[in-house]
Design a protein around this ligand. Sequence first.
Ligand SMILES: [Zn+2]
Length: 323
Amino acid sequence: MSADKSKTLLLGVDLGGTDTKLGLVSDAGKILDQMKIPTRADKPARDVIERIAAALKKLLKRNRVQPADILGIGFGSPGPLSTKRGVVIDTPNLGWKNVPVRTWLRELIDLPMVLHNDANAAAYGEFWKGAGRGSEVMVLYTLGTGVGGGICLNNDLWVGPGENAAELGHMVINFNGPQCPCGNYGCLEAHASAKAVVRNALGEIAMGRETSLRKLKLEDVTAKRVFEAAKAGDKVAQRIFHRVGWALGLASGNLVNILNAEMFVFGGAMSGAWEFLYDAIVEGCRASILAMPISKIKFVRAQLGENAGIIGAAGLALKEFGA
Ligand SMILES: [Zn+2]
C-alpha cells in the first residue's frame, strides 16, 4: 500500500465528557473495530489527547494496520471549535479553552486530522450511512440533557463561515418562554430537552394535576420517570412529551421554510420517547410550514445510535482527505 488511492481506512474519534469512542472505519462507512476509553476530563487536556493517541495506536496494532494505510483521522469534539485551525475553543463540560487538538495529535500520531463539532459529526454519520441516506437537506437533532444537532445539505455538512452553524437547540421558538442555559429565552432546548421535561413535570405537580408523578419525591422526577409514566398511560406525562414534540415540530417547520429541509432525524436518549413525540412533531410542523407539503417531509429516528459520531467523523475525514 503506497499510492494514496490504495488507502481505504479511516479513524474516527468521538470525544465525550465521560467516554471517548474510537473506531477503525472503512471508506464504505463500516466500523471494522472500535474501542471506548474513559475521557478523564479532570486531567489536563494534553493528557486526554495523549491517551487518545495511544488508544488509536493500539487499535491499529491489534488490526495489523500501519499508520501509512490510514487516509486520515476524523475527530468529533464538543464545541465551539475551529475546523480550519483544528482548535477546540471552549467546552464547558471538558473545561477546555483553546486546545490545539490537531497540532497535538499530529505530534503523537503523524496522520492528517480534521476536527468537527460532535453533533455535526453525528449528523454527517446519519446522512452518510444512517437514517438520512439519500436526502438532499437533512437535519439531525440529538435530544438529551440539552438539544444539539447538525445540518447536511448539498451532499456536505453545513458548518458556515463562523464554523459553528446548526446550534439547533438555541433556535428561539418562543420569546416569552423559559430561560435556556445559554441565557436566551424560549430556545428549543428550553422546551425539548430532558431538563425541560423535568421542569414541565414539576410544574404539573405544583399545579395539583392528577398524575402518578405526584407519588414521586420531587428530586426523583427525571425524564425517564416521566416517560415510564407516559407508557403506563398517564395522560399528564403523555401531554408533557406532546409539548416537546410540538416544539420540535415548530422548530422543524422553521427549517422547512428557510432551507426546504425534507428529512428530520432524531437521535439521543430522549428520542426513545418516539411513540409520544411523533404525532406532535408532525402536527407542530404542519402548523408552521408554508414552503412544502407535509407529505414531502420525513421524520424518522436515527439509525446509527452511539456509533453515529465515529462513523460521521470518519466520513468527514474521507471527504477531507479522500481522492
Ligand atoms: Zn439557548
